[in-house]
Design a protein around this ligand. Structure first.
Ligand SMILES: [Zn+2]
Length: 159
């Protein structure tokens, strides 16, 4: 359903292709890394490989962390569709993304799914420079909840 570029698996790229891909990213020391190449109407970066269009942030994720689990979407913690900074990317489900769209702009507090907890821990493991307040905002929970998850006092079964 939806845009196939959002879930299409990405094959292993050659060094030359990776260099071409990276030449479109403005890699800064801090903050978001904007995609400077072609973009789709919803602002996501587009990269062509074998004649197919792929989402730039998905490629950026895969190059850094390895294959995207099947059926998973790569989500932006920074809410910036152009961003290709791997530190700002994590894998989530279609449901997470829909929920994000539904609650955007509202301060609805939602319950964390197991996937959310995994994503939060995944971000911590990489020493993600994103603040707990930012994480709380993205996942629409209180900063205390994030703090507890990071401290490991909640849902230890996922450690
Ligand atoms: Zn970003």
């Amino acid at each position: 359903m939806g845009d196939p570029a959002k879930t299409r698996p990405i094959r292993k790229m050659t060094t030359k292709e990776i260099t071409r891909f990276r030449s479109h990213i403005w890699r800064r020391t801090l903050g978001c890394w904007p995609w400077l190449g072609a973009r789709s109407s919803n602002s996501y970066g587009n990269f062509k490989l074998d004649g197919y269009v792929f989402k730039a942030h998905r490629i950026a994720y895969q190059l850094e962390y390895g294959r995207i689990p099947p059926g998973k979407l790569v989500c932006h913690l920074c809410d910036n569709p152009r961003c290709c900074n791997p530190n700002h990317l994590f894998t989530g489900t279609q449901r997470d993304n829909m929920r994000d769209r539904e609650t955007k702009g509202r301060n609805a507090i939602t319950k964390l799914t197991d996937d959310d907890v995994r994503a939060i821990r995944q971000l911590k493991k990489r020493n993600c420079p994103v603040s707990q307040r930012r994480l709380a905002k993205w996942f629409r929970v209180s900063p205390v909840t994030i703090q507890r998850i990071l401290a490991g006092t909640r849902r230890n079964q996922f450690d």
